[in-house]
Design a protein around this ligand. Sequence first.
Ligand SMILES: [Zn+2]
Length: 200
Amino acid sequence: MNGADSLESLKTLLAKLPGVGRRSAARMAVHAASRRDGYLRQLITVLEQVEREMVACSQCGAMTTVDRTPCRLCIDPRRDDRMVCVVEDPEDIEIMERAGVYRGRYFALGGKLAPTRGDQAVLARVQQLTARIRAGGVDEVLLALNSDVESDATAHYIAEQLGGLAVRVSRLARGIPAGSGLAYADPVTLEAAVRHRTAY
Ligand SMILES: [Zn+2]
């Protein structure tokens, strides 16, 4: 690999991150490559650390350390096992926690279903969710998905899968900004959306 190739590889890898387009990936790569203040070395060290130490929780999918899976939220005995809140991204769990209105368990899908992609990983997560509900002990599944067409389709699919099971399916009350995600809702709005959740 010659120098120009390594820069191209960096651009390609960065462009695979969510929310990073080709142009910003190119800017980031050139910027990083031009720094000579130890930043790259620091980045390498932290990336290696993250690869070694972090993992998705075996139950909820939140990021946790390898020695703590299931994560602290999944094993906390003060939390309500009878309720499961389904979110798209693991980061949404932190957003819900910051709003401080929810005391049940979580389940992150790791994305949403897009008709054009037929996302296998998300389908597998929905199957895991269905198995967990079928195992019993959960009264309510709260769908706290984002507010766009694909998220609505994902919520609809999950509700369909849970349809025959003895569980209530609810969703956040409207108030999450249309076309966006939980990350754009302030804690007060999110709290109201959980409090006034409606039957799916
Ligand atoms: Zn967990």
